[in-house]
Design a protein around this ligand. Sequence first.
Ligand code: ARG
Length: 229
Amino acid sequence: DTDSQNTLEVYGPLFLRGTATTIGVAFVCVIVGTLLGVFVAMLRLSSNKFINTIAFFYIQVLRGTPALLQVFIFYFGLSSILTIPAIHVWDINLARLIPGCIALAINSSAYVAEIIRSGINAVDSGQMEAGYSLGLNRRITMKEIILPQATRNILPALGNEFVSMIKETSLLSVIAVSELMFVADTVKAATYRTMESLFIAAIIYFMITWLVSWLVSLLEKRLEKSAKV
Ligand code: ARG
């Protein structure tokens, strides 16, 4: 009927934009989170007790408190110490998007740091000894022997982190960043079509995470093949 046609015309584009925002925000957060996470993992693996204790607490605090709470803390915290002008980019208020992205990227960095640390630790310690016995120093052994093997553990796990972040971005709906969850909530309130709105969001989230998981499994197979000489 025409009524549902109009509904689709009006709300279809909203869902599409929300979807694009969700993917974009998750992507940016994983990239920034990975850069930060590599740095934190290096601190965590440092032989300096003080430095690795700081990294340890950084990781524990971020993983030990709800990501939702971190989003609120960064949003209200940042807006109380500095004024981010309410500039809109593609209709998204930067004063909300920036603190939200910072919170999620920092949250992700703790998980990424653990992914990298466990990826490196999963490489048999005999490999380090093998490097030493060839007369290589710690740095070279790490770079030439350990890291190439650790990469096979780390890359798929980073792909899965992207899947997690696709879902975690829904938290930004609480600070009114118009990603997919926020759009679903808005449409639900405007149309009273509660279950339809929520299920459309669910289906879109599922299609994205399904696709990315599938790509990760392809990557995993390729890495496995390249490991067998
Ligand atoms: N949603 C959970 C929380 O509130 C897990 C967050 C997972 N985050 C991540 N970057 N993998 O803490």
